[in-house]
Design a protein around this ligand. Structure first.
Ligand SMILES: [Ca+2]
Ligand SMILES: [Ca+2]
Length: 154
């Protein structure tokens, strides 16, 4: 019994460790300590580099231009990332709805992805007219900045 209990504990710890990255990614802000590897209270460009979204926002959110992100600057960058993610999700939903409510488009065969307002359509449809029409419908949705139409005829 003495052996079994620590094993169960170890298994529980392992499974909670495995879940940790997932839960921290879904939180809108926070996780600063995870990024601040040398624990100096700031993020250097190198520390931010492994997170593509954070690296992209580094300069814009370094408000005092000291070449590093404070926790407050980091929180602003993460909040902006979350805002962008929600805006993109809303656009994806609107495009899907527009496709669904347009007659003659096999909307269930079309997958929609949005990144910073740029929409990508992919999947297989029956003919070239459907490809053109789906692209047109997507482009007309508000908030869409561009459409990459990767639809193919079956
Ligand atoms: Ca640091
Ligand atoms: Ca700064």
């Amino acid at each position: 019994m003495r052996i079994i209990i620590p094993l169960v504990l170890a298994a529980a710890m392992l499974s909670s460790c495995a879940q940790a990255p997932q839960s921290s990614e879904s939180s809108p802000s926070g996780g600063f300590d995870k990024y601040d590897r040398n624990s100096d209270g700031y993020l250097s460009p190198a520390e931010a580099a492994h997170d593509k979204e954070l690296a992209k926002r580094f300069k814009r959110f370094d408000e005092n231009h000291d070449g590093k992100l404070s926790e407050k600057e980091f929180d602003s960058a993460k909040a902006d990332q979350q805002k962008q993610y929600l805006a993109d999700s809303a656009i994806t939903t609107k495009v899907k709805t527009a496709l669904l409510t347009t007659k003659g488009i096999p909307s269930f065969s079309i997958s929609v992805e949005t990144y910073e307002g740029h929409v990508q359509l992919s999947g297989q449809v029956e003919n070239r007219e459907q490809i053109a029409q789906a692209g047109k419908v997507a482009a007309e949705v508000s908030g869409v900045r561009s459409v990459r139409n990767d639809l193919r005829v079956k």
